[in-house]
Write a protein that binds this ligand. Sequence first.
Ligand SMILES: [Zn+2]
Length: 181
Amino acid sequence: MPTTKNQGQPANRIGYGWDSHEFKRGIPLKIGGIILPHPKGLGGHSDGDVLLHAITDALLGAIAAPDIGSLFPPSDAKWKGADSVVFLREALKRVRAAGYRLVNVDSTLVLAAPKIGPHATAIRTRLSELLGLTPDCIGLRAKTPKGMWTDNAAIAHVVVLLGTKAGSSATPAKSGVKNPE
Ligand SMILES: [Zn+2]
């Protein structure tokens, strides 16, 4: 019956997300919810925010939900140029509905340029706002794609850890009791 929904759910879940986008001239570069100064941006689905897409997929994967491409099909004109924050918010909503909260995020960007180091603090600050985490729970590093022939692409790898919401960890939630967040 519906009241036993949380019974036996794992205390933790991990999720993994991966995404890549191609650089194109004449569009803004958005990574992690902020615009970075660069002559090229990332083309494709929505605003091309490769990092937010990988985080979204990691969150959805952790709860075995359909992936970002299934929920927001690139073929649907509705999502053309869309702010990827919309996708992230939907994933976070589904995580909460499944009875979980986000514990931490770790991410690696792989791209030849621009250098992420000077922008890392700004990206982590923005991610902490979007994810409801303190910056010390958000790992972010960037690597250059040596020997990979992907200099015209940005790639993001992300893992997330989910925990059950406070107060609902060991025992099933009582019927009718809802967690506020
Ligand atoms: Zn993407």
